[in-house]
Design a protein around this ligand. Structure first.
Ligand SMILES: Cc1cc2nc3c(=O)[nH]c(=O)nc-3n(C[C@H](O)[C@H](O)[C@H](O)COP(=O)(O)O)c2cc1C
Length: 290
């Protein structure tokens, strides 16, 4: 049976999660096709032949990124009722994040697609502040161990999962749709610090919407920015300033490896309760399964 994994990732975390799903599903005997949204908008795949379809995205301001909704708007309306699952990836395990798929649900319903199951995994922040390597590895470790359990439950045992929603989450998700026009304006305010820049062109070559160009010895930013943070997060010299949100800039990939380096966690109190709930619940399931 074939499963379609449709995904967008700004700075790589969602890519990691999709790869873990792919590995787990293959181990369970499924055939997997992956569709990276940033390369598929011009040639929307035919999803009819798939047993199940999943959408994977990083949460942006309590919403799914615009590019994911754009993809959903372009898919062919199914003649029969289809089910799909959603996998969201974010930097904090707040229930407020669970309404992030509300726009996607509405668009897909018009295409005769109905949400069947949903999952939320936490990995290192690519905006706001940098998690410590120790915390980031704990998130990675839990995600890596819980995905085989989630996939077995859903794809083999047919047990679906619904995430807890809170009214404030739906309200914030609605309110923060203002972020999408804002990102277009803010994208134009991105700047390159010429003292740091080594002209590796990674920012320009990797931008998912080709928002960055280079001419006359200068970088230019236009108004297509998705605010995915890929340019600023992956810059080897931390030379990309991200407009009004620059004070939230996070630079450099997480190692996602066990570490002996003792870093001070300046944000240990941030979302402390929800992190505890997230880790406790996941670790209890992992221990039970062993
Ligand atoms: C513009 C923007 C908004 C974000 N908003 C949220 C948010 O509302 N909640 C959250 O938990 N994380 C938020 N994050 C953090 C990302 O969801 C998180 O770092 C995620 O792992 C990134 O996945 P990616 O590497 O696949 O892009 C935001 C990141 C960006 C760039």
């Amino acid at each position: 049976m074939k499963i379609a994994l449709i995904y967008f990732s700004g700075s790589g975390n969602t890519n990691i999660v999709v790869s873990k799903y792919e590995e787990s599903l293959k181990n369970l005997g499924f055939e997997v096709s992956k569709f990276n949204i940033e390369n598929s908008l011009d040639k929307i795949p035919n999803l009819d032949s798939f047993y199940k379809v999943g959408f994977f995205y990083p949460i942006h301001g309590f919403n799914s990124p615009n590019i994911v909704v754009k993809f959903a708007k372009k898919i062919e309306k199914s003649t029969s009722k289809r089910n799909y699952f959603v996998v969201m990836v974010s930097g904090e395990p707040l229930n407020l994040n669970h309404s992030s798929n509300s726009r996607l649900i509405r668009v897909l319903k018009k295409k005769n697609y109905y949400l069947e199951s949903e999952y939320h995994y936490v990995l290192g922040y690519n905006l706001v502040f940098r998690h410590t390597e120790e915390k980031a590895y704990r998130m990675y470790d839990v995600m890596e161990k819980i995905i085989p359990l989630d996939t077995k439950e859903y794809f083999v045992e047919n047990k679906t999962n619904k995430l807890k929603r809170v009214f404030l989450g739906s309200f914030l998700s609605f309110l923060l749709r203002i972020q999408f026009p804002f990102y277009k304006v803010n994208g134009k305010l991105f700047r390159i610090n010429n003292k740091k820049c080594i002209k590796c062109m990674m920012c320009m070559n990797n931008c998912p919407v080709h928002n960055i160009t280079y001419s006359k010895n200068k970088f230019h930013f236009s108004s297509k920015c998705l605010m995915c943070a890929r340019c600023s997060f992956s810059c080897p010299k931390d030379a990309v300033r991200i407009g009004i949100l620059n004070f939230w800039r996070v630079n450099g990939k997480y190692k996602y490896k066990p570490t002996s380096i003792q870093e001070v966690d300046k944000h240990s109190r941030y979302c402390k309760k929800s992190f505890k709930r997230y880790f406790d619940k996941a670790e209890e399931r992992i221990n039970k399964a062993q």
